[in-house]
Structure formats: structure tokens, C-alpha cells
Ligand binder design. Structure first.
Ligand code: PLP
Length: 375
């Protein structure tokens, strides 16, 4: 575990469950991504963790921001971000949010449908817009898949309409799915978007930008390729398909900026067995409703650390503290924890800085939302 976080936990013994996040680690992650992809503009995906301490630090590093909603836009501006450095990346936006974002000077807007394009034309006249295309999410542990994006043929028709509606047809985007472990998924998506890009340029549309989305993985229980492997694949594919005429390149990393900067500290509430079944059930004071929503389908497999590590281990199922049958994190993923583990012990869930605090429910079963410490 990160030394700074380990020291904070030892010195302060904060009440559990809580997230402790090292903001310096956010900075070093951001710098590593920027160094790996110097030609890309980085739009931090705010939804991964919108804590003001993180936004403040990223503003200082000249990051730009991908916002999912008007509240996130407000938070970025409050942290000192220039409105023009914010992209409204959600393809599903209320008219009231579009109007406020446009009035604030937000730099660009995503869309993937005729109706959203028409909303933008009316409520954000003249805005830079980009169309999201549907790409394969294979290889992603947390796919975004069919909810967002449209077909190449439809995107082409939409982009041809945009200028006539008084909008600036700025570019194209995709997202290969979150916690994407395959570099090939970016290569395939770039090939697809490049073909459409060239086709639209030939048709006279003044496209200037390709937005490669987020998706870069974090090391949880299993090893993943590093950012350099993704950067090599991305730059290789960009040069292959665009040659020297590279468009503006945007990336929107969320998880890979904040994920491994945070640790959740939790307490074991109970260890039990069902008869003589060898599998112990370990109940923690955090679960699916306390912020660990990405354990849905056992998709994201967090790594655990305990004071008994190094001793003998045995199979476990790991569940949360609520009276809800769905509040089980892992039953099928072959987790093994120390046999010495017992109620009152603290356990740490590593790399939980992304997509945890904001997923915590409000007072389900009376439990307070997850406490947060930014150090
Ligand atoms: C969620 C999201 C991201 C961030 O994805 P990560 O996998 O966390 O990097 C980026 N762009 C858009 C449009 C998103 O919806």
C-alpha cells in the first residue's frame, strides 16, 4: 500500500468505512498519462471522483475536464477551470443543463442522436459539437456498450446536418469501455472513426477533432498493461490512419487518474460459516450500497490487504453489511483471505479511488455515505 496512506491510517485510525486518497498520486498519474501521450489533450472524467481537492490539483496541472452533468460543470468552474476547457460529454442532457452550460461558455458538447442534436441547435446555438460512435467494448471489465453512441452511417448523417443547424461540427468520439484491458480495442476504434472522419472531410465537413474517451485500466487483483502500452497502440493507429494530418486528439481518463490513489479502510463485522461449508462469509462495514457498486456482476475485482497477510488463507465470500440479498461483492471469483480474520479487524480495499464515493447510497439501512479523507 501507498506509504502516505498507510501512515495516515496508522496515525489517525479514522472511523470506518472511509476512503483515504493521496492527491499527490493523482498528480503523478496525470503526469504519467500526459508524458505517455504528449499530443493528446487530457479531459479528466470528473465522474470518476469529483472531490474538490482533486479538481483543484488538476486545474493547477492545466487539465481539462469531461463533465457528465451541470453539477460537475459547476464544480469544475468553482475549482478554477476555464469554462472553455470543459466538455459536456454526456449524450443525454436536460435542456436546462444545456442552456446553463452554454451560457457559462462550456467548450463543446457530445451527442449521438437527431433529437439531442436538435436540442443543442436550439439551446446552444453555434456550439462545437461532436458525435459519439458505437464501438466494441470487448475486453472491458466495466463496459458502457450500447447505451451510448450510434452507427457510423447515422453519425455521418448527423454530422452532415450539424452545420446547417448552426452548430460547429467539431469532431467524433468513442469510448472503448471502462477498465479496458486490451490495447487492440483502441486500434480497432481508431480505424473505425478515422474512416468516417476522412469520409466527412471529403464531403466538406470541417472536422478537426477525435476524442478517444477513457477506459485505461487500473491494477486491481489482476495485472494490466501500463499506460505506455496503450499510448503506443494509440499513436501507432493514429499515424497509420491519419498520417501527418493528425486531428486534435482528446482523451478522457477517469479511472486511471484517481483509481490507484485511494484506499478504502473497512472493518470486518462478522466472519461466519454455513454449517460445515469450507467457505467463510466475511461481512464488511462497506458493500454494494456503501460505494462498491462496480462489484455488480463481480466486474471489478478489488484487492484486499489485512494485518494477517502472509498467514494461511482459505476461501471466502465477501459481502456488505445491509439487509439486502444483492449486497454481496464476491461469491464466484475465488477470493481467499487469512484464516485468522475476525470481527473488529480492519481490512483495506486497494485502488478504490475511482467510482466509489459517488456510488455510495444515502442512508440505506441507516448507514451514512462513505467518509472521505484527501491527504
Ligand atoms: C465514464 C467516461 C469516461 C471515463 O472513463 P474511464 O474508464 O474512467 O477512464 C470518459 N468519457 C466518457 C464519455 C465517459 O462516460
Amino acid at each position: 500500500m501507498n506509504m502516505k496512506i498507510a501512515r495516515f491510517l496508522a496515525d489517525h485510525q479514522p472511523a470506518t468505512p472511509c476512503l483515504v486518497l493521496d492527491v499527490d498520486r493523482v498528480e503523478s498519474n496525470f503526469r504519467r498519462i500526459r508524458d505517455a501521450l504528449p499530443l493528446a489533450q487530457i479531459y479528466y472524467a470528473v465522474k470518476a471522483n469529483p472531490a474538490p481537492q482533486i479538481l483543484d490539483r488538476l486545474v493547477k496541472l492545466d487539465s481539462r475536464f469531461d463533465a457528465a452533468g451541470i453539477e460537475e460543470i459547476d464544480a469544475c468552474i468553482a475549482a478554477g477551470a476555464a469554462p472553455g476547457a470543459i466538455s459536456f460529454g454526456n449524450t443525454i442532457k436536460k435542456v436546462s443543463a444545456i442552456r446553463r452550460a452554454h451560457a457559462a461558455g462550456v467548450g463543446m458538447f457530445a451527442f449521438d442522436s437527431d433529437e439531442e442534436l436538435e436540442k443543442l441547435a436550439v439551446h446552444a446555438p453555434g456550439a462545437r459539437v461532436y458525435c459519439r460512435i458505437l464501438v466494441e467494448n470487448e475486453g472491458a471489465d466495466w463496459p458502457l456498450s450500447r447505451k451510448f453512441g450510434t452507427t457510423v452511417a447515422h453519425a455521418r448523417a448527423l454530422m452532415l446536418r450539424a452545420e446547417g443547424l448552426g452548430l460547429d461540427p467539431f469532431g467524433l468520439s468513442f469510448h472503448v469501455g471502462s477498465q479496458q484491458t486490451s490495447t487492440g480495442s483502441y486500434e480497432a476504434a481508431i480505424a473505425k472513426v478515422a474512416m468516417l472522419f476522412t469520409d466527412l472531410r471529403d464531403a466538406g465537413v470541417n472536422l478537426r477533432m477525435v476524442n478517444l474517451g477513457g477506459g485505461f485500466p487500473v491494477r486491481y487483483r489482476d495485472e494490466v498493461p501500463g499506460i505506455d502500452a496503450f499510448a503506443d497502440a494509440i499513436m501507432g493507429a493514429m499515424v497509420e490512419h491519419f498520417g501527418n494530418a493528425l486531428p486534435d486528439m482528446l482523451i478522457e481518463p477517469g479511472r486511471s487518474v484517481v483509481g490507484d490513489a485511494g484506499v478504502v479502510s473497512a472493518e470486518v463485522v462478522l466472519v461466519s460459516r454455513k454449517g460445515d461449508d469450507p467457505v467463510r462469509w466475511v461481512y464488511l462495514d462497506i458493500g454494494r450500497f456503501g460505494g462498491l457498486a462496480e462489484t455488480e456482476g463481480e466486474s471489478i475485482k478489488y484487492q484486499f490487504s489485512t494485518a494477517h497477510d502472509g498467514g494461511p488463507v482459505g476461501p471466502v465470500a465477501i459481502a456488505g453489511p445491509t439487509c439486502d440479498g444483492a449486497d454481496i461483492m464476491y461469491e464466484k471469483s475465488n477470493y481467499r483471505l487469512p484464516l485468522a480474520l475476525t470481527h473488529g479487524d480492519r481490512v483495506e480495499l486497494l485502488a478504490t479511488g475511482a467510482y466509489v464515493t459517488t456510488y455510495a447510497s444515502q442512508r440505506f439501512n441507516g448507514f451514512a455515505p462513505l467518509a472521505e479523507h484527501y491527504i
